[in-house]
Ligand binder design. Structure first.
Ligand code: GLV
Ligand code: MG
Length: 300
């Protein structure tokens, strides 16, 4: 599904706060994830479902996903029943530890899409990887095939992961290199786009620490980051887009490569940087991504 634009920022908002859903949609986030799971008190979940459905219907054309409750909670089916409607882009499925939940949800979605006259496969799935078992099975989860295809990518939930493995999350995040790297490798090996990084939760007031955290995810190959405050969105949109300079340089690399290759050389330098087939492929990707984002008018 890599023809889609990257999701550079996906802003979480509790489903029981409808006014915040509207603010999130106005924040410029590529995606808004309306939460029915851990940000909503247990006693309010039932009343929140129709509220979330109304907010989806109120924002047609926006990329709105709902984090439903996990299958293990017993609440997922009622969540889907309430929120699968015209305009729902997808669901974030929490606590996915192996491939089985993907098929269970696939069956539920297929039935609901048919009942609501939606094209089969309309509702996409982003499994949330947030346990030791899920990290172990990340490749299998990402590669689990459904017909029609629904899995967009994986997302990382460091809070539940840390709870599961007994990890202390720090501002500098060294402890997260391993699970993050596993997720990137799993997604790419399964042929899906780079994953979405965990929200930064350690210190919401430390903007520099948040930005450094997002940079680490970008370096590793994540396509974007889950955000928990509207103030985090603009930075992620910028960070996970190629800059104008990067696109311009990538164009020069592509042009130089085409000329040199015709002249019998596939390894040379541009502005002191080594270029060969791998480098030019990456440059072509940067150019394509820059053009897609530019065409969507959401970046420059
Ligand atoms: C998100 O759900 C997390 O557990 O970090
Ligand atoms: Mg979680």
């Amino acid at each position: 599904m890599s023809h889609l634009l990257p999701i550079r920022s996906a802003l979480f908002v509790p489903g029981n706060r409808p006014e915040r859903v509207d603010k999130a949609v106005a924040s410029g986030a590529d995606a808004v994830i309306v939460d029915l799971e851990d940000a909503v008190p247990s006693g309010l979940k039932e009343a929140t479902r129709p509220v979330v459905r109304d907010r989806i219907l109120a924002h047609p054309g926006r990329m709105i996903l709902v984090r439903v409750n996990g299958l293990e909670s017993g609440g997922a089916e009622a969540d889907l029943e309430a929120v699968v409607c015209q305009g729902l882009f997808g669901i974030v499925l929490p606590k996915v530890d192996d491939g089985a939940p993907i098929h269970e949800v696939q069956a539920l979605l297929t039935r609901l899409e048919a009942r609501r006259s939606l094209r089969p496969g309309t509702v996409k799935i982003i499994p949330l990887i947030e346990s030791a078992m899920a990290i172990e099975n990340a490749y299998r989860i990402a590669a689990e095939k459904t017909e029609p295809e629904r899995t967009l990518t994986l997302a990382f939930g460091a809070a539940d992961y840390a709870l599961d493995v007994g990890m202390e999350i720090t501002k500098t995040g060294e402890e997260l290199w391993y699970p993050r790297s596993r997720l990137v490798v799993a997604c790419r090996a399964a042929g899906v786009d780079g994953p979405l990084d965990t929200p930064f939760m350690v210190d919401l007031k430390d903007v520099q620490a948040f930005e450094a955290d997002a940079r680490r995810a970008k370096q590793l190959g994540f396509q974007g980051k889950l955000c928990i405050h509207p103030s985090q969105v603009a930075f992620c949109n910028r960070l996970f887009s190629p800059t104008e300079e990067e696109v311009a340089f990538a164009r020069r690399v592509v042009e130089a490569f085409e000329a040199r290759e015709a002249g019998g050389s596939a390894a040379f330098e541009v502005d002191g940087k080594f270029v060969d087939y791998a480098v030019v492929k990456r440059a072509r990707r940067v150019v394509r991504m820059g053009e897609k984002i530019l065409a969507n008018n959401s970046r420059y």
